[in-house]
Design a protein around this ligand. Sequence first.
Ligand SMILES: [Cu+2]
Length: 382
Amino acid sequence: MRFFPAVLALLLVLPACAPAPDAGAWKTQSDPEIVSFDLANAQEVTQELVAPPFLPEHEQVASGPPRIVNIRLEIIEREVEIAPGVFVWQMAFNNSVPGPIPVVFQWDWVDLTLVNTTTDTVRFGRAENQLAHNIDFHASTGALGGGELTVVSPGQEVGLLWRAQKAGVFVYHCAPGGEMVPYHVVTGGNGAIMVLPREGLRDGYGNPLQYDRAFYFGEQDYYVPMNADGTSRRYGNFVEQMPDMLEVMRGLVPTHIAFNGSYGALTQDIRLEAEVGETVLLIHSQANNPSYPHLIGGHGDWVWPDGKFNNRPDEGLESWDVVAGGTAAAVYTFQQAGTYAYLNHNLIKAFLFDAKAFIHVSGEWDDEIMTNTFTPRPVGGG
Ligand SMILES: [Cu+2]
């Protein structure tokens, strides 16, 4: 061990000369004037929500002080064919599974009108709601995430104002109590909200980061009472379905797993497109189980741990985590043309179930990044 003192001395010197990133220095504190901004002075805006995988129109950097962002969510109990011959009575926010993803800035207020629709009031076709519903925003603070203040019976609506104190992508879901909580969540009663830092996203060096497109993937596990022939049992309404579905749920094994509600939703029904050179924000939520997002043929250039933007993003990941009742957010700049699969890298869930989406990327192919040196031929040939 006669070299030990020299090695030790070197180790002691190294930190001083290596440009090691300082995780603490990456953080910026919220402006105290923004934090203490008076609700009475906040301007009201209305955000028109859209069905995922798309996001409502939004700025990426706040151009003024905190606002009150009005949003409207209508709860609809509806029967949907989620796979051939497989019917589920869903609980859907604004007629989509997952529900729409509002986009606000940190320190804005969200002013929600939550509607438990009936056929008389519904904007989205038919609704024959039977049950009380509510909403728990993981991004909010207090009263069960708002769940305690938002229980509405069919034909009722309720208003909830809350402040977005934390930045990141956060799950919301229905949570009306007891076994109703998982029942409403695994029939589609969940979504996410994105709370952007006011200064916008930053990469791991602290440089501002803008995206050209954003897609929101909501992964849904289902527990469908099935017949022996591979079709599902059918029920008259959301309430009638519940006892049999709870039995399947108790087994903890999903019968179906889909991105955005139904099999083929993002591989056949909706065509997602991007171009080489574009930076795409990939948002993912799973309200009831973990997931492991992966972009086949690409990466997460920057991945925010647990989808929370005030943590320094990780660089160049292959697969990343979504915790149960949590989210992920990653950006990737496409470098090659082609069709990319974005999926849960529990590959059984991706391919034997349907936890996947395709992104069709147009543009140039760069041989310097990848090319065949020779195409398949007999061994030793050529
Ligand atoms: Cu509900």
